[in-house]
Design a protein around this ligand. Structure first.
Ligand SMILES: NC(=O)c1ccc[n+]([C@@H]2O[C@H](COP(=O)([O-])OP(=O)(O)OC[C@H]3O[C@@H](n4cnc5c(N)ncnc54)[C@H](O)[C@@H]3O)[C@@H](O)[C@H]2O)c1
Length: 384
């Protein structure tokens, strides 16, 4: 019986990972910090891409970045505006900290440039709506950088849910956590409200939300009751060699929420950069005909911690089916870049569309607002 179920879920790689064609697209990098390295490394694998420009607010940072990453002849700028004004770019990667995601993306779209925007989409719902409006007015492609989506196991999880094997979904528990994992190896841009806007809630919470919402088809969020705390980040002892980081820490390091979605589905969510526990539990999806368990990882970064397990009753027997882990042999970050480049060249749909991630951002924003107010709130998403 288990084998039969598995046969029905044999995976085919949906995305087309193409190779180069004649036309080279001109790309600029906005923000030359840590994640920009992964963008550059993967653009360099595409011989139909030319990285022509890079910008960073910190004097000398873009120059050092280009040298360190082996990209030559790149024109350098002190900010996104000067780069977009001076260059004829086909696309930019927005690799800035969260607080400047919206302004860089909107400026690029308004100037006719396609955008690959790093996750989380931005900080507030209001910014997300402005981004979507700019995208709509521009007719350009905007894709949001959720590379875990392209993982073969994530695609399998979506296939299982979409197949109807679980029946109507009514309850989801998701999240992820780290016992000690406040991200400060490269400085304070993730923990300072002025640069990050939000903490664990947006940084890794956006992945947990995308994992399950993408699987169930991104129903509209309706209400949320959220909670956030900062007990670890505010403690100088946490940072050992950098006790001064506790004074900078001005975001959340833990968040939890109960969210109601259209279609009568409820979502129980918790996320942590630091807590006195190894993980806040597996992700579970309950349907009327079956349940799915997605094992958690100890350092949540959007990957799953083991084989998916389906729970069903078949011929009166309680049956559990483990789906072997999958690896399609293609790096997820490469897929994110390659599929974006293909969409730009072919005028296709964005690999990770903003229309979906708008709901992801609406939930994050709703959790933050509800936590501030200390009560449940309705999520109102303006028309784009
Ligand atoms: N997809 C992933 O796996 C992944 C992993 C890590 C980080 N990220 C995301 O990438 C983003 C950047 O993270 P990071 O670790 O590289 O941050 P970082 O702080 O190391 O780098 C951001 C850089 O952007 C620059 N910047 C900000 N505003 C700018 C502007 N208007 N013009 C030009 N430069 C500007 C800053 O000076 C800084 O050098 C964050 O939103 C983060 O959530 C994604």
């Amino acid at each position: 019986m288990a084998t039969n179920i598995l046969d029905r879920f044999k995976e085919t790689i949906e995305e087309k990972i193409t190779s180069a064609s004649d036309k080279k697209i001109k790309v600029g990098i906005i923000g030359t910090g840590w994640i920009a390295e992964a963008h550059v490394a993967n653009y360099l694998k595409c011989d139909d891409v030319e990285i022509v420009a890079a910008a960073d607010l910190v004097p000398g940072k873009a120059e050092k970045f280009c040298k360190d990453n082996g990209i030559e002849g790149v024109r350098l700028y002190p900010d996104h505006k000067s780069m977009i004004d001076a260059e004829e770019l086909d696309a930019v990667s927005v690799c800035t900290y969260n607080r400047t995601h919206a302004e860089c993306t909107i400026y690029a779209l308004q100037h006719g440039v396609n955008v690959l925007l790093e996750k989380p989409m931005c900080v507030t719902l209001e910014e997300a709506v402005e981004i979507c409006k700019a995208e709509k007015a521009s007719g350009k492609i905007l894709s949001i950088g959720f590379q875990p989506r392209f993982d073969a196991n994530m695609k399998m999880l979506k296939k299982v849910v979409q197949s109807g094997e679980l029946g109507d979904i009514y309850y989801i528990q998701t999240g992820g956590g780290r016992r000690r994992g406040i991200p400060t190896p490269y400085g304070t841009s993730f923990i300072d409200e002025k640069t990050a806007g939000l903490g664990a809630l947006a940084d890794i919470g956006c992945y947990s939300l995308d994992m399950v919402l993408n699987a169930i088809g991104y129903p509209k969020p309706l209400t949320v009751s959220g909670y956030t705390s900062d007990f670890f980040g505010k403690d100088p002892a946490y940072f050992e060699s950098h006790p001064e980081y506790a004074d900078v820490f001005s975001v959340d390091d833990f968040a939890a929420a109960f969210i109601r979605l259209e279609g009568g589905i409820v979502l129980d969510f918790r996320i942590s950069w630091a807590m006195n526990l190894d993980t806040p539990g597996d992700t579970i999806i309950l349907g009327k005909k079956g349940g799915l368990r997605i094992p958690s990882t100890e350092c949540w970064n959007g990957s799953i911690g083991g084989p998916l397990k389906i729970y069903k009753t078949i011929a009166g027997e309680e049956v559990e089916t483990e789906i072997p882990e999958k690896d399609d042999g293609v790096d997820n970050f490469y897929k994110k870049i390659r599929l974006f480049v293909d969409a730009v060249k072919e005028g296709g749909a964005a690999p990770v569309p903003s229309s979906q991630i708008l709901y992801n951002q609406a939930i994050i924003d709703g959790i933050a607002k509800s936590a501030r107010l200390g009560r449940e709130i309705a999520i109102e998403i303006p028309e784009v």
